[in-house]
Design a protein around this ligand. Structure first.
Ligand code: ARG
Length: 461
């Protein structure tokens, strides 16, 4: 078992069946540069504790730099006999700086504390790219809201016409969950920036190495407080998988709107040709595939979370090999988000809204009935009675095939003496929207204030 990290106590080498099952280089090679960063930090700690001379440390760092260069340009690759990224890199280091020096680096560390640290470094890096892409999407939403400050659309509950709202209000409602996702990533990174390095296999190191020094070298805030916890807990990985799943779910809700809005029946939006797809048989088709893929990949993201939690459930404390199963799901979540978010932002940025169509539909379905009731309340009618009166007006209009503002003075008076003709002043979608001046409401001034708050929260996250 030449070049392996273990073997002396074994009479035979690993069976091919075991080797095939055990090998992880096809996914953990993704961590190669983080492994090198960990090794640089560990070499600093070894030198500080007197296990490497200044000259040895310099040659070690130079050798690690050379490996990093070859990882980056692709000339260093794991071989079929390498079990994992750690073994492959130790073998390459020994080939580069010689067995005498290369064999010293493993002192006081284990693959258990290494891998627990490396997965954090990877996720911290990628949380920054994911956050940047979320910000781009928020920018696209804000730009669309700014471009349509007065457009009014049907607001829906239960997917039924409910009350008119500003398009900007609706769009911004999709931005707020994304702002919270940014805040979640920020909160998560404070918990993630802890270094298990130095915990060894489980019990800590006896060599007098300084885990705080390693943490600092790696840009992490402090070493793990407990070596057993540090090497075996993966809640930080699961929490990242949760945030990734939540981002997917937030995108899928927006995606569903775009898909509906893009139907002939709604006709609210047109997709840009560069952000939609065609059909292999139906020449006329133009499909919202970006939105559908985003909606579909939300399932994959939450599957990654569920699978990971299932792996972690009931594991005894300290390292177990099951923990190797943590990486593929979160690597997949990262790749998925880094692929979906840019396409989604491009789709949103290039949507064309048919604001005339939205305005035409906004008052339909008697969506101004609440405005009639509120108008009566402002005249002193108890809301319970006002609700009845407005409901009776809806029933009459439905029977007669009228819109609310089309009822005659006599028909209004017959329903209630309180229903004077000036009720028609509130029976416009502009009047309705303008009247909702309560905090967080859809009045244009409130929505503009809200947008300013949205932008500052997104930038602070
Ligand atoms: N490849 C393992 C993982 O990803 C780390 C190696 C630990 N192996 C071991 N036998 N303790 O978790």
């Amino acid at each position: 078992n030449e070049g392996a990290l273990w073997g002396a106590r074994f009479a035979s080498g690993p069976s091919p069946e075991l080797a095939t099952l055990s090998r992880s280089t096809h996914f953990d090679w993704t961590l190669a540069l983080y492994d090198i960063a960990g090794s640089h930090a560990h070499a600093v700690a070894l030198e500080a504790a007197g296990y490497l001379t200044a000259d040895e440390a310099a040659r070690m760092h130079a050798g690690l730099d050379e490996l990093a260069g070859r990882i980056t340009d692709g000339t260093l690759q794991p071989t079929d006999t390498d079990e994992d990224v750690h073994g492959a890199l130790e073998a390459a280091l020994i080939a580069t700086v010689g067995p005498e020096l290369g064999g010293k680096l493993r002192a006081g560390r284990s693959r258990n504390d290494q891998i627990a640290t490396l997965v954090r470094l990877y996720l911290l890096d990628h949380s920054r790219t994911v956050a940047r892409e979320i910000l781009r999407l928020i920018d696209a939403i804000v730009a669309q809201a700014e471009a349509h400050p007065d457009a009014i659309m049907p607001g829906r509950t239960h997917l039924q016409h409910a009350q008119p709202i500003l398009l900007a209000h609706h769009l911004q409602a999709h931005a707020w969950p994304l702002v919270r996702d940014l805040e979640r990533l920020r909160d998560w990174s404070a918990r993630a920036a802890v270094s298990p390095y130095g915990g060894g296999a489980l019990a800590g190191s006896s060599l007098g190495l300084d885990p705080a020094l390693v943490a600092r070298e790696l840009g992490l805030s402090r070493p793990a407080e407990n070596s057993l916890d540090g090497t075996s807990a993966r809640d930080v990985v699961a929490e990242f998988a949760y945030v990734a799943a939540q981002i997917g779910i937030d995108l899928s809700r927006f995606a569903e709107d775009v898909i509906l809005w893009n139907t002939r029946e709604f006709g609210f939006v047109t997709l840009h040709d560069g952000f939609s797809t065609g059909s292999s048989i139906m020449p006329q088709k133009k499909n919202p595939d970006i939105a559908e893929l985003a909606r579909g990949k939300a399932g994959r993201l939450l599957g990654n979370l569920a699978g990971l939690l299932a792996t972690l459930k009931g594991l005894p404390i300290a390292y177990n090999r099951d923990l190797q199963e943590d990486k593929e799901p979160v690597f997949d979540s990262v790749t998925t988000l880094e692929t979906v978010l840019p396409a989604f932002a491009g789709m949103v940025a290039t949507l064309t809204f048919d604001t005339a169509r939205m305005a035409e539909l906004a008052p339909q379905g008697f969506s101004l009935a609440t405005d009639v009731a509120d108008w009566l309340v402002r005249k002193g009618v108890p809301f319970r009675d006002a609700h009845e009166v407005s409901g009776a007006l809806v029933a009459l209009c439905e029977r007669q095939g009228l819109e609310l503002h089309e009822a005659s003075d006599d028909q209004l008076a017959a329903i209630s003496p309180d229903l004077t003709p000036d009720v028609r002043d509130v029976l416009t979608i502009t009047g309705s929207v303008a009247s909702r001046t309560g905090a967080g409401g859809t009045a244009p001034a409130r929505v503009a204030e809200q947008r300013a708050e949205l932008i500052s929260r997104a930038q602070a996250a």
